[in-house]
Ligand binder design. Structure first.
Ligand code: PGA
Length: 247
């Protein structure tokens, strides 16, 4: 894993936005895998700014988001679809039909997960997958467990993950759905390149275990050690528990 440590959340977001903007310029039909959460808010703000400054053409870019809450979709309050609309999609000239999203309201969840896997393959696979990490080591909504689903699946959320998401539901944990749909670990590892970003000391333990612990379903992000092209972008806070030999 390649490690980059930035002095602040802002400089990290600027660096990653510059990488994504340049990647779009070099490969206009790039397929991006995208995360939601607090961490990518700054990234998307910087990317929107660069899109204007550099007149970036999004007309051939395709995106697939990592996850969505069961029961929510189509821009409902609290949905990740709504988050992406508010923070990125409404500010950049991406074609709506190029936005890949799981529909948390699908009546047949298994077919919805299959549809998503097929759509990713039909788009040629994900070129660059951008990830955050949960304090419990989840990526996407692949929570710590005994057995990790390889492909897009329905998952039960840990209480801690629901608490972290209360922010998007007016601070009310009881309003956060108990289940989500998430790309599976195999789906994530099928991306050609992966960038994981983490900020703040709250993530420092998970980041350490991800990088130097064994590969275990108890810390799903540790599976990234099996991928040949992963860049880990941290601020100083998220890097505090890393062994000095890695810095
Ligand atoms: P956060 O979420 O950016 O809100 O901390 C990250 C994640 O759970 O992947």
């Amino acid at each position: 894993m390649k490690l980059e440590v930035y002095e602040s959340e802002r400089t990290l977001a600027q660096a990653l936005a510059a990488v994504v903007a340049s990647a779009i310029e070099v490969r206009p039909d790039i397929v991006l895998g995208l995360p939601t959460g607090r961490t990518p808010v700054a990234l998307y703000a910087e990317l929107v700014k660069l899109t204007t400054d550099r007149a970036i053409d999004w007309s051939h870019v395709r995106t697939f988001n990592l996850d969505e809450f069961v029961g929510l979709g189509d821009g409902a309050a609290g949905s990740y679809r709504r988050f992406m609309h508010d923070h990125l999609f409404r500010h950049v000239p991406i074609r709506p039909e190029h936005i890949g999203f799981l529909d948390g309201r699908a009546a047949d969840i298994a077919s919805e997960c299959d549809r998503y896997e097929r759509a990713i393959v039909a788009a040629g696979g994900i070129d660059v997958m951008i990830l955050g990490i949960g304090a419990n080591g989840h990526i996407g909504f692949n929570e710590p467990c005994e057995v990790l689903p390889a492909r897009t699946n329905r998952v039960v959320l840990e209480e801690g993950s629901r608490a972290e998401n209360a922010l998007w539901f007016g601070g009310r944990i009881e309003a956060v759905p108990r289940e989500a749909l998430s790309m599976g670990m195999g789906t994530i590892l099928s991306a050609r390149e992966i960038v994981l970003m983490a900020t703040g000391e709250r993530k420092a333990n998970a980041v350490r275990e991800m990088m130097v612990g064994g590969v275990t379903t108890r810390l799903p992000a540790s599976f990234l050690q099996l991928h040949p092209h992963v860049t880990v972008m941290l601020d100083e806070g998220a890097a505090v528990r890393l062994p000095a030999t890695l810095r």
